[in-house]
Design a protein around this ligand. Sequence first.
Ligand code: 6R9
Length: 657
Amino acid sequence: MAEYRDAPTYDIPKRLQGNPKPHIDADTYKKTYEASIKNPDEFWAKIANETISWDVPFRTTRAGGFQNGDVAWFPEGQLNAAYNCVDRWAFKNPDKAAIIYEADEPNQGKTLSYSQLLQQVCQLANALKKRGVKKGDTVIIYLPMIPEAAVALLACARIGAVHSVVFAGFSADSLRDRTVDCEARVVITTDEGKRGGRTIATKSIVDAALKDCPKVEHCLVVQRTGNEQVSMTKGRDEWYHEITAKESPYCPPTPVASEDPLFILYTSGSTGKPKGVVHTTAGYLLGTGLTVKHVFDVHENDRFACMADIGWITGHSYIVYGPLMNGVTSLIFESTPVYPTASRYWEVVQQHKITQFYTAPTSIRLLRRLGDDFVKDHDLSSLRVIGTVGEPINPEAWNWYNENVGKKECAIVDTYWQTETGSHLITPLPGATKTKPGSATVPFWGIEPVLLDPTTGQELTGNEVEGVLAVRQPWPSMARTIFNDHQRFLETYLHPYKGFYFTGDGAARDKDGYIWIKGRVDDVLNVSGHRLSTAEIESALISHPGVAEAAVVAMPDETTGQAICAYVTMKADYEGGDDHESLKKELVVTVRKSIGPFSTPKIINIVPDLPKTRSGKIMRRILRKIASNEGDQLGDISSLADPSIVEKIKDQHEKSK
Ligand code: 6R9
């Protein structure tokens, strides 16, 4: 993390000073922002009418608030998300590219025009209807990064069904838990996935998950690889291409109310059970559409590339809904930054003349480490805005991105937001905001960031202060609830600091009023931009029959930002002996099976005991210090029941490194 006090400032870069003229300059930003905070109703009503095509106009702009946790935007309005994202543009410009699919193997992708997208969305929508899916029903989507992923989201939206995408890297157990929790009757998946040259047995993961999902009646299977060995359960499983081919190419969009749910997306919280974050229709579309327009300064003929996976909120907002709300071309990337070589991203930019490129700091750090040669000989001159998301970006990575990818001529937008916020909260605007490497800079329209003292809850006013980050007023794209657990929604976001939305992040405001995000202040880890709960990993470890106790903390990692360090004690009657290496392998398998491969601990320390207070509380502070190689700065450990345990844990950690 950068020292924010002496950061350099960068002016509006060259490619944002000419053609096309950016939508927003510094002066307009200031005026618009002030208007959005002073008269939010007037501001949002106007912009909602300009941005969304309404079937029934709204009368009320905003109702409810943080106090009662009953926020609603544009409540009487009716609209359809798929109509707004697809039909509008298909009518105007049917042959325009809506989606560029960049397949795992270079040159095996294809492009879908807006009219093709409309047709595919309609056919799947009709097929879903025929299988009894109605407005308000939930459909699970477990797909790799293929065009059908976008089609599936939009087909659900078209008939008012609620999609719940599960990232295809999640294990069968995780998929099962989410499918059961959201009460889905239909699952859309694929035979197999392809990523980085490897084949993933997607359907067999789904089969394992569905063994314990009695409510699921239909499973639609997209043919990605065509492997004939894939098993199909009679009466439940059907081939997607066969059933959609039978359907009519038009399905009228079902109007839904602004506040009807558009989707549920599960995310990790500070307790073990993932939360089904619920987003509603109008506010979410407005937030994602508007931020794509202004944060990425998108113009009509732009080609937008967000390298995230559709299984995360970034993919929902910035591959599907946001770009398509603007009628531009959006890229779906199936591969990895290093397949077949570490030039893959830059080949994609060059080949498709990408204008906006959006990735995570972890990928930037990885590519920086692999060397400048991979980026050097590519024509990246089409780029105007390059963005990052997911975790704080260190200035070294920011500078590398700026120099090697942006050639010091592109705007860099470090966008701070969350699954729960739906769209960007704090971010530069390309033609308006001077940037500082490592700072997410300034708030977007309607967002009033507030720093609070974590213990007293007092607001920290003025500049050069540091506290926890909260937001004062509701904004349209914020989550409304946690599926089937509104109380948890209130307790997590609205009750910790009454009257505010609490982000769970720490932040500082520098002398110029710029915001610097410091990272989570709760038990949430951020590994390669993926949110993981320490409690979830701990309960996975404890599910191993030999494990007595487990404590998981973050350790700094040069590439992934944070990595997982686990401390585990074994039961007295554990009979595995002292072969820690094979035990560690078993524990890794246990965690991967319970959550998914991306949750693999980097270090597992098998220790005789955990550092505990006399009342039995695990002192994570000590474990964090040891994991961060700061075991010599533990401070006072006299409150521990057994202070001598610390040296033993330190020794073990040294050996594991
Ligand atoms: C969009 C997304 C949210 C958490 C968030 C924060 C971290 C995201 C960031 C950032 C610093 C940025 N985070 N963007 N930290 N600078 N630009 O990542 O959603 O997966 O829900 O994670 O990620 O800690 O609270 P999600």
